[in-house]
Design a protein around this ligand. Structure first.
Ligand SMILES: [Mn+2]
Length: 254
């Protein structure tokens, strides 16, 4: 039996990350190292810091990453791409060119006999009205149509600057530490969701850039995947157990 891998939040192309080439290379090496062991790879959002696709044009860069993804899908590895809150604006390029399966909403699915709830995690349990408003704007079709009419010289620059700014306004350019069970929106959301969906065995999220593996009940746990900026972390499910790991080149075994 092969493994299923989960990772998120590489924020490729970020103007706020100095080691972006190293970061992409490490991600590509990771994907290469698992390609024969993987039956599926789930990218749970924010793989790009700002992805905006036009009808005939895609953003510059990311060729190593997209090339490696295409190699995996050509081999028959299923690659699932969840939009995050930084790469909402994809059309059909990832599906048609790279063979990925794109998800724009949380997914509940059965993998090797276990029930999974998969989502990037933005907008779940979060009550911050500012973020909610921004999220609604970013998902608006009308605003998207207007934005697409701008010349990419301006719109891409605007997008990349916005993403950079949203990272740098945080202390040390990092997301806050784990807030504890009572305050972490994704924990609150999962506990509530589990009450009406007690069959879920694993909740898996990105978005928060923290590594968390928390048991919710005898049969259910939730994971937050960390990131591919500082943690280089991923979850791997072997059909029996799920592990939260960090990729260290030349050392990672699972
Ligand atoms: Mn996010």
């Amino acid at each position: 039996m092969k493994n299923i891998y989960f990772l998120s939040d590489a924020h490729l192309g970020s103007r706020a990350i100095e080691h972006s080439r190293t970061q992409e290379r490490r991600l590509v090496n990771f994907l290469d190292s698992i390609k024969h062991k993987a039956s599926a790879v789930y990218l749970l959002g924010d793989m790009f810091d700002f992805w905006y696709e036009f009808k005939f044009v895609v953003p510059k860069g990311y060729t190593r990453f997209l090339g490696k993804i295409s190699e995996l899908t050509d081999m028959g590895v299923e690659v699932h791409f969840f939009i995050g809150n930084h790469d909402i604006w994809c059309l059909d390029y990832f599906e048609k060119e790279c063979g990925m399966i794109v998800h724009k909403k949380p997914v509940t699915c059965e993998l090797f006999g276990k029930e999974f709830f998969l989502a990037h995690g933005d907008g779940l349990g979060d009550v911050d009205p500012k973020f909610k408003m921004l999220r609604r704007m970013f998902h608006s079709k009308t605003l998207r149509t207007i934005f697409s009419c701008l010349h990419p010289r301006w719109s891409m620059d605007l997008g990349l600057e916005w993403a950079k700014h949203s990272r740098l306004k945080r202390e040390a350019g990092k997301e806050p530490d784990y807030q504890g069970e009572a305050y972490e929106p994704l924990v609150i959301f999962s506990k509530k969701y589990l009450k009406t969906h007690p069959n879920i065995n694993y909740f898996i999220y990105g978005h928060r850039h923290i590594m968390l593996n928390l048991m919710l009940s005898r049969t259910s746990s939730m994971l937050i995947l960390g990131d591919w900026i500082n943690e280089f972390s991923y979850a791997v499910f072997d059909g029996e157990n799920i592990y939260l790991e960090q990729f260290i080149e030349g050392e990672s075994l699972l």
